[in-house]
Design a protein around this ligand. Structure first.
Ligand code: SF4
Length: 377
């Protein structure tokens, strides 16, 4: 479920988020109405994870999460150990809020720390400082929730040692999961405009690559598994929701700007929908859905396309992908013209390795993951 509001807009952000006031009850009503329409005929499916992303969902009233979860349980079969994650920012997370979320059925917090350095947080336009980040992390951990932190590395002027010091400091606080991302400068954001004019301090590519590998060394040396290109977890603490995306599971999307992808049959076919990006247009769309109209933003997916997506996402995982089993499951050809030869070429170059039935990317070649995956399309 997407919650599209934040306290302010960060200059690098191209997520759908608005620095505006919102009506908590009104938004809840819309999401519940959408759920009752979209979950029709879901008796043969099972929901194992729920993710409230944004935006800054931790700004929403805690009882709203409980109401959404109760409705999901009413309309969709769910597993007993439902993983329920809420994205939060340090400015809207303290001991009271963490325990309220826990009491509403939330099991996991993903906290947008981004950095523990005051200068880098200012550069990123974040509203919190290092102490605020630490306080929010401590409060989340003390509530007994599973806690993950997002961290950005490869910022201009940051050395690999400094990047490592930040992940080590986060591990010392007792985190069980870390997502480490490189800053991406997107056109259409204030950072994108600055970069176009040559006014945005640029990171050195070689240092960014060195930081990626240094973080990997530090965290795996401390017992974390580098289970996905940007994600580290202590054993058993992987984000089950995100693993669902990387394994190609279906997902229902609810809320303004939410994306859902549902498939069926063999050969598989499916559709990926995206709800309108503006809250007022989303409200109109929910009314149209209730009248039985299909929204226009629907992408049809066939089995060949779904397998390409599985390759792209599966190769992000350290376990890689069993391409033949995935193709069989989707009812499509694993080896269309040229793919087998391409795999052999990538194996020879060390960009891929074969482990049993799986293909995966060796650690030293993770920096080329996107290119490797694209060359197998
Ligand atoms: S807090 Fe997150 S979603 Fe909100 S503007 Fe900043 S980066 Fe975007």
């Amino acid at each position: 479920m997407h919650f599209p509001w934040c306290l302010s807009k960060c200059p690098y952000c191209d997520f759908v988020s608005y620095a505006a006031s919102f009506d908590a009850q009104g938004y809840l009503d819309l999401v519940l109405r959408e759920l009752t329409v979209r979950a029709r005929g879901f008796d043969d499916r099972c929901c194992s994870t729920v993710f409230f992303g944004g935006g800054t969902p931790s700004l929403w009233s805690p009882w709203c999460f409980g109401a959404v979860l109760a409705a999901i349980r009413e309309y969709v079969p769910t597993t007993k150990d439902l993983e329920v994650t809420v994205e939060a920012n340090p400015t809207s997370m303290d001991a009271v809020r963490a325990s309220e979320l826990r009491d509403q059925g939330v099991t996991r917090i993903s906290l947008g720390v981004q950095s523990l350095d005051a200068g880098r947080l200012r550069f990123l336009g974040r509203l919190h400082d290092p102490n605020g980040a630490r306080r929010a992390l401590d409060a989340s951990l003390a509530s007994g929730l599973r806690v993950s932190a997002d961290l950005m590395f490869g910022l201009a002027g940051q050395t690999p040692d400094q990047a490592v010091a930040e992940v080590v400091a986060l591990d010392d606080l007792g985190l069980l999961h870390l997502s480490c991302y490189q800053l991406t400068v997107e056109a259409g954001t204030p950072f994108g405009q600055l970069a176009r004019r040559g006014h945005l301090p640029q990171a050195d590519d070689a240092l960014v690559a060195e930081s990626f590998l240094a973080i990997d060394d530090a965290l795996t040396g401390r017992g974390f598994a580098h289970y996905e290109i940007s994600n580290y977890a202590r054993p058993g603490e992987e984000a089950r929701h995100n693993l669902g995306y990387w394994h190609g599971h279906d997902y229902l999307g609810l809320g303004c700007a939410a994306v859902g992808c549902l498939t069926e049959g063999n050969p598989a076919r499916g559709g990926r929908y995206r709800n309108p990006l503006e809250p007022d247009k989303y409200a109109v769309a929910v009314g149209r859905l209730e009248l039985g109209e299909e929204l226009s933003d629907l992408e049809q997916l066939d089995a060949t396309t779904l397998l390409r997506e599985r390759i792209m996402l599966g190769l992000r995982l350290s376990e890689g992908i069993d391409l033949v089993a995935s193709a069989l499951q989707l009812g499509t050809e694993p080896w269309p013209a040229g793919r087998a030869a391409q795999v052999e070429r990538l194996l020879r170059r060390g960009r891929l390795e074969r482990v049993g039935a799986r293909l995966r990317i060796p650690r030293d070649a993770w920096l080329w993951t996107d290119d490797t995956a694209a060359s197998l399309f």
